[in-house]
Design a protein around this ligand. Structure first.
Ligand SMILES: *[C@@H]1O[C@H](CO)[C@@H](O)[C@H](O)[C@H]1NC(C)=O
Ligand SMILES: *[C@@H]1O[C@H](CO)[C@@H](O)[C@H](O)[C@H]1NC(C)=O
Ligand SMILES: *[C@@H]1O[C@H](CO)[C@@H](O)[C@H](O)[C@H]1NC(C)=O
Ligand SMILES: *[C@@H]1O[C@H](CO)[C@@H](O)[C@H](O)[C@H]1NC(C)=O
Ligand SMILES: *[C@@H]1O[C@H](CO)[C@@H](O)[C@H](O)[C@H]1NC(C)=O
Ligand SMILES: *[C@@H]1O[C@H](CO)[C@@H](O)[C@H](O)[C@H]1NC(C)=O
Length: 388
């Protein structure tokens, strides 16, 4: 597997490859030098790999550290151990690992795509949207660990975290796929095919799309560049960048007049307002938050094109709700693109994965251990969306 250059969604990453190396071990079998298949990093932004004969070094520019991965059967592995400010060493393949799932930004789905769920022995929160990880948890193969219990966390060969500015034990390794802009190669061709297909749409005008958000009495438009890129790739057009104001106070009539007017020009709305209980966020919640007396000009309502990205959720024992948009969607961006294409150019023929149609009253789908349909040692096969 190698990671390659990419269009541009910050959703995507290359760091996954890092894990492939760290967890699966080096290619070939030392000490007799046998060169197996060498993976190359073609142009990931944040990590580089250098190969030695029985080791490799991954340089991670996000945390500024180098990870030295030594093959378990090499002389080096039996002798060397590094744990300095800039270098950490790991013997590979790892016998086990744990994930800090209580901090946002550590998708389990990458480990699943790599077929490494069996080695997952600890998680710090059951707030995960992977049915198979939840099954491992209920079977006891994976256990819950207290994230502040340092001696306990030390027992894992590697503990993956998504925060880099904290003091870290020797077995900690950073995994921050949100930061990277390169996807898994296996899904890249599918993503590009879908982009071409979307570009071939013959609509006279591209649908105008807005990601909106309501927070403490204020509406705003989300402008992250990866979202804008996704809209463009799916054949849509982003709500005019020239709109100067991006803060509409509901209690201010002038603000709401402006917001109302802009909404009247939008064909597709994605409401990303955070909701403690996504299942209870319905069309009427949106209408209450928008609070306009006359919504007859809202094409996205008459045309039933009001969406949210919280279709796949998991209510955790600790009371929180995890949303798969922040996990599965990051490792399979082609599915996000396919959802958006269906939202922009509805066929009624495609079941979306992450987006649910609020205007049509579509409900959330709960992820649970019963939704896991494969053995823990089997990799999750990426879903390839039909595309000519
Ligand atoms: C190396 O790559 C070839 C072709 O892609 C594949 O058939 C083979 O199984 C790979 N070998 C290893 C050790 O991964
Ligand atoms: C986790 O461990 C810390 C100290 O190590 C303790 O104070 C805290 O109560 C523990 N939390 C849980 C949920 O057990
Ligand atoms: C992880 O593997 C190491 C090395 O094999 C072992 O010493 C340790 O007990 C294992 N930890 C867990 C939690 O399984
Ligand atoms: C898009 O249109 C071009 C030119 O008409 C055609 O060659 C290409 O196959 C189409 N691609 C898809 C994915 O439909
Ligand atoms: C409603 O959506 C369809 C595409 O599904 C589009 O052709 C039509 O123009 C839209 N209606 C309006 C009023 O924008
Ligand atoms: C629906 O999907 C089927 C199978 O993929 C395809 O043959 C058919 O043309 C599609 N219909 C529409 C309206 O896109």
């Amino acid at each position: 597997m190698s990671s390659t250059s990419w269009v541009a969604t910050a959703l995507l990453l290359s760091s996954s490859c890092f894990y492939l190396f760290l967890l699966q071990g080096a290619d070939g079998a030392a000490p007799a030098v046998q060169v197996g298949n060498i993976s190359r990093v073609e142009d990931a932004q944040y990590f580089h790999i250098y190969y030695g004969q029985s080791f490799k070094v991954i340089k991670n520019s996000i945390d500024g550290k180098s990870y030295l991965l030594m093959q378990s059967n090499s002389r080096m592995a039996s002798k060397a151990k590094y744990c300095t400010g800039r270098i950490k060493s790991f013997v590979i393949p790892l016998s086990n690992y744990s994930l800090d799932t209580s901090t946002p930004g550590l998708p389990v789905s990458f480990f699943e795509l790599l077929g490494l769920l069996e080695g997952l022995k600890g998680i710090t929160s059951d707030s995960v949207t992977s049915g198979c990880a939840l099954r491992s948890l209920s079977s006891g193969s994976t256990v819950m660990v207290n994230k502040t219990d340092a001696p306990l966390l030390k027992q894992f060969t590697a503990h993956f975290v998504s925060i880099v500015d904290e003091e870290r034990a020797c077995n900690y390794a950073a995994f921050m796929p949100m930061q990277e802009i390169t996807p898994l190669q296996v899904v890249k061709s599918n993503y590009l095919c879908l982009t071409n297909m979307a570009a071939n749409q013959t609509a006279r005008f591209k649908p105008v799309v807005a990601w909106v958000e309501y927070n403490k009495g204020i509406w705003s438009f989300a402008k992250e560049s990866y979202k804008q890129q996704l809209v463009t790739d799916a054949g849509g057009e982003n709500v005019d960048d020239s709109i100067a104001s991006n803060s509409y106070v509901v209690s201010n009539p002038d603000d709401m007049d402006n917001f109302h007017a802009i909404l009247c020009t939008i064909d597709v709305v994605i409401d990303q307002t955070s909701a403690p209980a996504p299942g209870q966020y319905t069309l009427s919640t949106f209408m209450e938050n928008v609070d306009v007396s006359d919504n007859s000009c809202f094409v996205f309502l008459t045309n039933q094109s009001l969406w949210r990205y919280d279709k796949r959720v998991r209510a955790s024992a600790s009371g929180g709700q995890a949303v798969d948009w922040f996990d599965g969607a990051i490792s399979q961006p082609q599915l996000v693109l396919a959802d958006l294409i269906e939202a922009f150019f509805p066929t009624g023929n495609y079941t979306t994965t992450f987006l649910r149609n609020l205007a049509k009253g579509e409900e959330v789908a709960e992820v649970g251990s019963e939704t896991c349909e494969r053995s823990s040692s089997a990799p999750l096969e990426p879903t390839i969306v039909p595309c000519q």
